[in-house]
Design a protein around this ligand. Structure first.
Ligand code: OXD
Ligand code: MN
Length: 574
């Protein structure tokens, strides 16, 4: 800490205790200097709008590095720099950067304070906006500090917003030293170091050494009318609906019958085998940093209720009476000011930035599950992988076994979204939705996943879903949202050995009648595309998966190659 202060030369140092009074003082100060704009206190009590620098609105994957001693340990999936060079580059940026500013020291815990699965960190930052967000997103302050003092081991994070110059912006990870250095951005994924940097990149590296998994997954509970609950973990790339799925409201008939969905987490899942051989999961986060656009009474009523108070909005539009507004909110109101603070002009730009966000405590969510605080975590019955695929990929299929499930995850593809800078809508391979977040070589990561299949293990079943299949007219074929429960129900029935399926080379697909979709209006085209297996299309998909995996060279586990080749062989015309 002293070394950091000597390097960055802040005017003041503040140790964060996580108290209400500290939060109140910070938000008052940010209101005074314009960092936070208070929203309408009648409709959105204790809530604010923050407008970021217009060039600082998303994660910057091209400026994100994993600095391991050996280049190959970071793998082709990461940008790499030698640790000494990374430190030198970052330290030259940090030199004197906090002059005139306050340095905040944030002790935090990822996961319930008393859980053996949780891990702690300390983030040092010069941004009060980061402090306020970290207070919502993590267990921050005195109890975390007490655990850190007891354990002695924690992740060290240093962050400065610097000049917000995209040419002086880097997010660097030193997994071997449990260290993160981030400069030049105030955006959540780059600056709230507990989230992507710690809970995914550093944690995935740590998890490999310690026999657990740190994943980009939501966790939800499904309670059936008999009162039994199954927990499902699901990986989707950024801005592909994890928050919506995590807070799903069952269709009316299901609600009447007594089905309930509860939310443990919407973005990150840490899992490890329990004494009974099952995988137990915690959500290391305490809040949601969700994508605002598209959130509506129809798409996600639980999220809308959650963000009615005590919420920080970033880069949304404003109505005349200071209520937050975004495209797709569909509440009959109109924006007058856009996310850059200019009069709203749809010809110029959307009112809300496509990656505008809300930060809010998970406990405010009507579907929040108290099991999110359970120290042992929840047992996972099914793991779901999914991407945004307009063509080829059916609504759902089940992997035959764990190794096949690992291939299904490794082969995941999805169209890119606004959560990261760069082109949107381009199909890219995003294994396990971890392409931007795996802190080590993907080949070793796949091997680590495979290693969980050992005697005594009672692993979850693995499924793949695609909510985003489109018809010839370019429209989505599946209604999605609450109706996704119909697909999750089939998975649970498969886990319990009660539902049927048809075997295909890519896995087991539900037949007509295996899913309860009688009251979902689906055209013939929808039925054939959502539930069909397109052999020629999958043949070329598997060739492309093979080429992709070959990119990992000799480090790629032979077992994974073997599963791919055997499926590809089954699809060869006889
Ligand atoms: C996120 C992301 O913010 O994945 O969760 O970008
Ligand atoms: Mn995410």
């Amino acid at each position: 800490m002293l070394q950091v202060a000597l390097l960055t030369q802040p005017d003041r140092i503040h140790w964060c205790d996580g108290s209400d009074s500290e939060f109140a003082a910070l938000t008052t100060q940010m209101e005074a200097d314009g960092t936070l704009i208070p929203l309408n206190p009648q409709t959105h009590p204790r809530s604010w709008l923050h407008r970021s620098h217009p060039d600082d609105v998303a994660r910057v994957e091209h400026l994100t590095f994993v600095c391991t001693s050996e280049r190959d340990d970071a793998g082709p999936n990461n940008h790499w720099m030698a640790p000494a060079d990374g430190h030198a580059q970052m330290d030259s940026l940090f030199e004197g950067c906090m002059r005139g500013r306050t340095m905040y020291v944030i002790p935090y815990c990822m996961g319930p304070i008393g859980s053996p699965l949780s891990r702690c960190g300390v983030e040092i930052t010069d941004s009060p906006y980061v402090v306020a967000n970290m207070r919502i997103m993590t267990r921050m302050g005195a109890p975390a500090l007490a655990r850190i003092e007891r354990e002695g081991r924690f992740v060290r994070g240093l962050h400065s917003t610097g000049e917000l110059d995209p040419n002086r912006r880097f997010i660097m990870h030193f997994p071997e030293e449990l260290t993160i250095k981030s400069y030049g951005s105030g955006y959540g994924g780059n600056a709230l170091l507990g989230k992507k940097c710690h809970a995914l990149r550093i944690a995935s590296h740590q998890a490999r050494g310690e026999g657990w998994l740190a994943e980009h997954m939501l966790i939800l509970g499904i309670e059936n009318p008999q009162g039994e609950t199954h927990y499902i973990a699901a990986a989707f790339p950024s801005a592909c609906g994890k928050t919506n799925l995590a807070m799903l409201i069952p269709p009316e008939g299901y609600r009447r019958d007594g089905w309930k969905v509860t939310t443990i987490g919407d973005d990150i899942c840490w899992m490890r085998p329990g004494a009974d051989g099952r995988l137990y999961a915690i959500n290391p986060e305490a809040g949601f940093f969700g994508v605002a656009p598209g959130t509506s009474q129809k798409s996600n009523p639980n999220a809308l209720a959650t963000i009615q108070h005590d919420t920080i909005f970033t880069n949304v539009g404003l109505t005349a009476d200071n209520q937050p507004w975004w495209e797709g909110i569909d509440n009959g109101q109109v924006p007058v000011t856009d996310w850059r603070g200019e009069p709203y002009d749809p010809a110029k730009r959307p009112a809300a930035h496509p990656n505008s966000r809300f930060t809010v405590s998970a406990r405010q969510c009507p579907s929040w599950s108290p099991m999110a605080e359970d120290a042992q975590g929840v047992p996972i019955s099914a793991i779901v992988f999914g991407g945004r695929r307009a063509s080829l990929v059916p609504l759902v299929f089940e992997a035959r076994d764990w190794a096949h499930g690992v291939l299904v995850g490794a082969a995941m593809g999805s169209e890119t979204t606004a959560a990261a800078t760069g082109a949107v809508g381009v199909m890219r391979r995003d294994p396990m939705a971890m392409k931007p977040f795996c802190g080590y070589n993907f080949a070793d990561y796949f091997a680590h996943w495979l290693s969980f299949d050992k005697p005594g293990a009672k692993l979850p079943k693995v499924f793949h879903v695609n909510w985003f299949r489109k018809g010839d007219d370019g429209k989505f074929l599946w209604p999605g949202f609450g109706d996704n429960l119909r697909v999750l129900e089939w998975m649970i029935e498969r886990v319990e050995g009660r539902a049927g399926a048809v075997e295909t080379p890519i896995g087991n697909l539900p037949r007509e009648g295996d899913l309860h979709i009688d009251d979902v209006p689906l055209s013939d085209e929808a039925r054939s595309k959502l539930f069909g297996f397109d052999a020629p299309g999958w043949r070329s998909e598997f060739a492309s998966i093979g080429e992709y995996l070959d990119g990992y060279g000799a480090r790629l586990p032979a077992a994974l190659k073997a599963v791919r080749s055997s499926i590809a062989a089954q699809m060869e015309p006889r």
